[in-house]
Design a protein. Sequence first.
Length: 140
Amino acid sequence: MKAYNTNHMFLAKTAKTHIQMLRFAATGGIGTLVDYLLLYSLTEYLHVYYLFSAVISFFVCMVINYFLSIRWVFNKRKYGTGVKEFGLFILTGIGGLLLNEVLIWAFTEKLGMYYLWSKTMALVFLFLYSFFVRKVLLFR
């Protein structure tokens, strides 16, 4: 039986989609922790309306995800380095932000869920949207 190289799974650049998806999930976990902490802190302690807090926390999370994506998740970049790639990353993120806001609003206002539970429900859709859109448009 051949031993699996953990360096390949955790450190080395890879083109394998299943490893990229696992790394993207880990990256998303880090970003999500920051997202939730900001969303909760802004809403509960600074009394910012939850949908505005969600926008701020989403953008901070998106920047974290970008830097982790180029350093760890994806092995190739379509546009190289620079402003164009980050701009496209932000543009794809805006689609995610709109999806995030609509889902949080619908789950909270229409279904009566607590806003943090609404955020959790929205994350399932956002994970799939973000991974595939960014893989196809920005990374290989």
